[in-house]
Design a protein around this ligand. Structure first.
Ligand code: 3PY
Ligand code: MG
Length: 273
C-alpha cells in the first residue's frame, strides 16, 4: 500500500498526527474523521503488542490515516512483527548510537539496504497483493521505499551522532522526543531554553542536509504551527487520551459556567423564557 504520509512529506505539506494510546478500533475510526494525517500506535508507552496493532493498522487504513507504530524495544522481533502486520513506518525510541541505528536498518529494511527477514505476511496480502505479485525483488524494493524507519532523537548519544544517523541509508527521517531529550540534557521540560532550541536546530538541520524529514512532538496545540514555522516537516500533537480529556474538561467547564445553556456553543438552543 502506498504511503500517503511519505507522499505528503514529499509534496511539502504539513502532516499532523497524534499518539494512539486509548485502543479500540472505533477510536481509530473517530480519529479518521478529524483531518489528522497519521496516528502512532504506541507500543512503547502504550499497552499494545503486534496483534492488537494489526487491528489498529487495518482500522487506520480504512479511516484514511497513515498507520505508524512506535516499537516497544529495539529488538529484531519488535521491528519485524510490526512491519509484517502492515505498519507503514516505525518510530524507534531510546536510540543511543549510530551503531544501534545500523542494526535497526538491518532489521527494518530488506536487502540490499539491510537484512530484514522475509515471509509473505499481512503487509503484502500474504503474497497475493501488489507488489508480491511482481516477484520478490520488486516486493522488497517496494517495502523498503514505502515503510519508513524513523529513529527518535531523545538521548544525548543520538544527538551527538545525529548527522551520521540522519545521513544513514535506510533511515527515512528522525522523530524528536522532547521530553526524554530535555531530561537527558539536564533541563527537563525547559523546551524554550536556548541550549535546547540549539539542539532542535541541530537535529532539524542534520535531517535536511541529508534530505530526510524531521518530525517534532508537542502537547501544546498552539505550538503545532510554530513547529512548522521552525522548519519541522510534520508535527505530532498530543495523545488521543489527552485531547479527549481536554475537550471534555472544556465542555464541562463551559456547562458549569452556563456558556452552553445560553446557546453560546452554536448547537444547544438557548433556554426558553
Ligand atoms: C518524548 O518526548 O520523549 C517522546 O518520546 C514523546 O512521546
Ligand atoms: Mg520519549
Amino acid at each position: 500500500m502506498k504511503n500517503t504520509l511519505k507522499e505528503k512529506l514529499a509534496r511539502g505539506e504539513n502532516p499532523v498526527g497524534t499518539f494512539f494510546e486509548l485502543g479500540g478500533m472505533s477510536v481509530v475510526e473517530a480519529l479518521g474523521r478529524t483531518g489528522l494525517d497519521f496516528i502512532i500506535i504506541d507500543g512503547e508507552h502504550g499497552p499494545f503488542g503486534a496483534e492488537s496493532a494489526m487491528d489498529f493498522v487495518r482500522a487506520a487504513e480504512i479511516a484514511g490515516l497513515t498507520p505508524l507504530a512506535r516499537v516497544q524495544e529495539t529488538s529484531r522481533s519488535s521491528i519485524l512483527k510490526l512491519l509484517d502486520v502492515g505498519a507503514q513506518g516505525l518510530i524507534v525510541p531510546d536510540v543511543h548510537s549510530a551503531e544501534q541505528v545500523r542494526e535497526l536498518v538491518d532489521y527494518a529494511k530488506f536487502s540490499p539496504l539491510g537484512k530484514r527477514g522475509f515471509c509473505p505476511s499481512r503487509k503484502d496480502g500474504w503474497g497475493f497483493d501488489y507488489p508480491a505479485t511482481e516477484g520478490l525483488e520488486t516486493n522488497m524494493a517496494y517495502c523498503n521505499a514505502e515503510t519508513l524507519l524513523i529513529p527518535q532523537c531523545e538521548t544525548v548519544g543520538c544527538l551527538e551522532s545525529i548527522e551520521e544517523i540522519a545521513a544513514m541509508d535506510g533511515v527515512d527521517g528522525i522523530f524528536i522526543g522532547p521530553f526524554d531529550l530535555s531530561i537527558a540534557m539536564g533541563m527537563p521540560g525547559r523546551f524554550q531554553h536556548p541550549v535546547f532550541i540549539k539542539a532542535l536546530e541541530r537535529i532539524r538541520d542534520a535531517c535536511h542536509a541529508a534530505g530526510k524529514f524531521c518530525i517534532h512532538f508537542t502537547i501544546d496545540p498552539d505550538l503545532v504551527s510554530a513547529g512548522f514555522a521552525f522548519g519541522f516537516d510534520a508535527m505530532t500533537y498530543g495523545l488521543d487520551a489527552m485531547v479527549l480529556i481536554r475537550a471534555f474538561k472544556d465542555v464541562v467547564s463551559r456547562i458549569r459556567n452556563g456558556a452552553s445553556a445560553s446557546g453560546a456553543d452554536g448547537v444547544t438552543p438557548p433556554p426558553r423564557s
